[in-house]
Design a protein. Structure first.
Length: 366
């Protein structure tokens, strides 16, 4: 690198005193050369270690109040959603919820059970790791900071590691999960990792752990360090989402077919769009798959019909050892409302309860 380039960067830095301002300046210069990028990394590391804490703690009187205040920002559990890494919700669906277009999430049984079982997961973690659990529950507070007040986190637990000094600086955080999925400690769900990193970054913790209970039968956990680079990128993406879509009232793009139906439940009659080369290839592939599926379905029906001919009036087919291989039997009789007969016998009463239902859009390949 040329000496004058280094000198120019140093001169710029000496005119800007606050550390945060120096970091912002270098962010604008970091594309110029590796020297600027190196200086930025050093300053960011120094900032994370030596900065005066900007952490704020907001206290709540109840879990209900805590849930109500989640709409005022992006929570750690929503970080993966913003990044498009949550298999259960897209960024567009999150935006609709935050803007009040769709109702807030209602806690279902799995969510309530997960909350109640946090204590059990924390106790398993304590038993396996021998760490000291500090905080029993975080329902009564939210952590945010003055720089990004829309980033709001509530870690499940805090703890001290076995060799740690029992002070504020040595605290770690624990995220407790219950799941039906098999979890690989070396390949954790991406939205879990995002949640932990956001908790660490906003809460100003150096490390933490993810602990999970699978179907009430298997327990596992993994220690994870704070990743400043990943958190910085994630924070920037969430900030853009918040400023553009929540504050700026722009509508995010669709991320899934379900999003398209939410945006456009009905087609615009007569509207045509020209296929791209990629779309043309997808249509050809889908048509081929459908034709192969139809062939398999026909063969399946043929085999089933032949098996039923073999059954006759038997209930099951067994092998030479008496092991059941297949059954063909009628279910128990059940009661069913005869809507057709009711309409014939009571046409006027029936007419009062008939309503027109709009069908969903169907994808047809020509």
């Amino acid at each position: 690198m040329k000496t004058e380039t280094k000198d120019s960067i140093f001169i710029l830095l000496t005119t800007v005193k606050p550390l945060t301002s120096q970091m912002e300046l270098l962010k604008q210069c970091k594309g110029i050369n590796s020297f600027a990028r190196s200086l930025l990394q050093q300053l960011e590391n120094s900032f994370l270690i030596n900065k005066t804490s900007m952490k704020q703690i907001i206290k709540y009187k109840s879990r209900e109040e805590w849930l109500q205040n989640r709409s005022k920002g992006i929570g750690a559990s929503e970080a993966g959603t913003v990044l498009g890494l949550n298999p259960w919700e897209t960024p567009y669906q999150l935006w609709r919820r935050k803007k009040g277009i769709d109702p807030p999430k209602v806690e279902n049984f799995a969510m309530v059970a997960g909350h109640l079982l946090e204590d059990a997961v924390a106790q398993f973690f304590k038993r396996e790791s021998h760490c000291h659990i500090i905080k029993a529950s975080t329902d009564d507070y939210t952590i945010t900071n003055t720089d990004t007040p829309y980033l709001r986190v509530s870690p499940d637990r805090t703890f001290w590691r076995v060799s740690a000094t029992h002070n504020e600086a040595s605290k770690s955080i624990l995220e407790c999960k219950t799941t039906q999925m098999q979890i690989d400690a070396d390949d954790l769900p991406k939205h879990w990792f995002c949640q932990l990193q956001m908790n660490l970054g906003v809460g100003e913790y150096k490390d933490g752990a993810l602990a999970w209970l699978t179907a009430g039968r298997e327990f596992g956990y993994r220690d994870i360090d704070f990743d400043p680079e990943f958190f910085g990128w994630m924070r920037d993406e969430i900030t853009k989402f918040w400023l553009d879509y929540i504050v700026g009232n722009q509508e995010p793009p669709a991320y899934s077919a379900q999003d398209v139906l939410l945006k456009s439940p009905l087609h615009k009659a007569g509207k045509e769009i020209e296929a791209t080369a990629e779309v043309g290839d997808m249509l050809i592939e889908l048509k081929d798959i459908k034709e192969k599926s139809k062939t398999l379905e026909n063969r399946q029906k043929e085999i089933e019909d032949n098996l039923k001919l073999f059954f006759g009036d038997a209930e099951s087919i067994v092998d030479g050892n008496g092991k059941t291989l297949a059954t063909w039997k009628a279910p128990k009789a059940s009661e069913k409302f005869d809507a057709k007969a009711f309409q014939t016998d009571h046409p006027e009463e029936c007419a009062a309860y008939i309503k027109q239902v709009q069908g969903a859009r169907r994808l047809l390949i020509k």
